[in-house]
Design a protein around this ligand. Structure first.
Ligand SMILES: Cc1cc2nc3c(=O)[nH]c(=O)nc-3n(C[C@H](O)[C@H](O)[C@H](O)COP(=O)(O)OP(=O)(O)OC[C@H]3O[C@@H](n4cnc5c(N)ncnc54)[C@H](O)[C@@H]3O)c2cc1C
Length: 459
């Protein structure tokens, strides 16, 4: 290995150009931080992977400036049809007709992960950034002033100095290993397979199907490309996810449907695990996205949580770069990243594990009880509304402080529209004053000096 010195320095070094790293890059440039974003792969992976972008993430993308580009590549889920048992008629949850409350994005958006990444990269480039492909992190050394990262490009190693390093390098994070952190995983004892499949059957194009059977759960998820669908199923450990005939038989036997499957696209089989990293911060190094937490894909929360991790952290790094914060205040502010995001990651792992266990029950008595409870619950409009908003991540709390509500104001704008997109805002509204952070969360008093905030009064 040839070793060269590289005099480059930057505020941030971001490892990984998945959705988390790209979102962090966009936010960093918006805030005026200098950024290097490196990615081990030579080009973008074109596997569809995460398929759902939720309402809260669309709000974040709006602030970053790429919500319209993401939405243009996606398709709104019209409805979810759930069969609580194989024999039962489906319960139809009309997602677009739900009472979503205070959001401009009242839907679950079906959009393949690589399209989200393309939109984020386009925004990153428009803001002046560049993804450095074929560049991998090999090691890290922390000093009081910053981090020295060893990067490998084409067989040559360089050292890059950054004030902070963001490990957005996925479940097998090299950043995590380099600072000696771990991500203990618990196996759920369940194997899932998934595939994208081209179909010409008569199933409604923009509706999802969930069928609960003694052999396991089957999900059929609409995709924005006409005729293309995602199948996700609990399967035996030796199921061949690349076998079209095996998928046809599985769909026919569990759902009684002939989708008219033509050919398979991307497919995969995996054992489900869940876990959270031992720490999200080590000095000047932070873990975000899958590097910090892994979980069952049920509910489609992974990509969304990574983007929201980035949005939580980057404005703090921007504020920490400004004069006027002493060392103790800066440390306290940066520590809130883990304090706020860890409980959310733990709750996500807990809930997705619980949902997966309920969907994959083996005991016949427990399955019978599940069928009875599901029929009653799923029909209740209140439950349907809560399901939409909760899965849509609109009601997440962090450290006791949640997303600022976002009602419409006279004239068609919403409350979030009047906030400063880069700085905290001291908001006078309805006779009260609240300090709101750049990520639209109500700020804990004392987190940063109120003198840093813009002032906005809404009549
Ligand atoms: C089979 C499968 C199905 C999934 N389905 C869903 C779903 O339906 N819904 C959902 O929400 N989530 C789903 N996920 C999870 C979702 O894809 C992840 O949560 C999401 O990709 C996390 O984004 P990330 O940016 O944190 O990590 P990643 O997308 O993993 O990106 C990490 C990036 O870092 C790069 N990298 C790694 N090491 C280095 C290094 N040393 N140097 C430089 N770069 C490096 C990698 O090449 C990669 O591009 C699925 C995942 C898989 C594998």
């Amino acid at each position: 290995m040839v070793r060269g010195m590289n005099a480059l320095t930057s505020d941030l070094l971001i490892i990984g150009a998945g959705p988390t790293g790209l979102a962090a890059g966009c936010d960093a440039l918006r805030h005026g931080l200098s950024v290097r974003l490196v990615e081990r792969r030579a080009t973008r992976a074109l596997e569809s992977k995460a398929l759902v972008v939720h309402a809260r993430t669309m709000e974040v993308f709006e602030v970053m400036g790429c919500a319209a580009a993401v939405e243009a590549q996606g398709q709104r889920f019209r409805a979810l049809n759930v069969r609580p048992t194989q024999a039962a008629a489906p319960v139809r949850i009309d997602l677009l007709a739900r009472n979503w409350g205070d959001t401009r994005y009242p839907f679950w958006l079906s959009v393949p992960q690589f399209e989200v990444e393309r939109a984020l990269e386009a925004r990153f480039v428009a803001l002046g950034g560049r993804v450095e492909w074929s560049t991998s992190l090999e090691g890290l050394t922390q000093t009081p002033e910053g981090v020295e990262a060893t990067l490998e490009v084409g067989g040559v190693e360089h050292v890059h100095r950054a004030r902070w390093v963001l490990g957005c390098d996925g479940g097998r994070s090299a950043t995590r290993s380099a600072v000696g952190l771990e991500l203990p995983r618990e196996g759920l004892g369940v194997t899932f397979a998934l595939t994208d499949v081209w179909t010409n059957g008569a199933l409604v194009a923009d509706e999802g199907q969930v069928v609960l059977t003694p052999e396991g759960v089957l999900l059929i998820v609409p995709m924005p490309t006409p005729g293309l669908r995602r199948l996700i199923a609990q399967v035996p450990a030796d199921f061949d996810a690349a076998d079209l005939g095996a998928w046809s038989r599985l769909v026919e036997s569990r759902a009684g449907l002939d989708l008219g499957m033509q050919r398979l696209g991307w497919n995969s089989r995996f054992d489900l695990t869940g876990g959270v990293a031992t720490r999200f911060r080590h000095g000047r190094v932070f873990l975000l996205g899958d590097a910090a937490h892994v979980h069952s894909p049920v509910g489609g929360q992974g990509l969304n949580t990574g983007v929201q991790d980035a949005h939580n952290l980057v404005w703090k790094l921007a504020l920490a770069s400004r004069d006027g914060l002493d060392d103790a205040a800066r440390e306290a502010l940066l520590d809130t990243y883990e304090a706020e995001r860890r409980p959310i990651a733990e709750e996500m792992v807990r809930m997705t594990t619980l949902a997966t266990r309920v969907l994959t029950l083996k005991n016949p008595v427990a399955r019978f009880a599940r069928g009875v409870a599901a029929r009653a619950l799923l029909r209740a409009p209140l439950f349907q509304n809560q399901l939409s908003r909760r899965v849509g991540m609109l009601d997440l709390q962090s450290d006791g402080h949640g997303r600022l509500e976002n009602p419409e104001l006279p004239g068609g704008r919403r409350l979030h529209d009047v906030l400063d997109p880069l700085r905290p805002t001291l908001l006078s509204w309805k006779g009260r004053e609240v300090l709101v952070r750049p990520d639209r969360v109500v700020a804990r008093p004392g987190l940063f000096p109120a003198s840093f905030a813009s002032k906005v009064t809404v009549a």
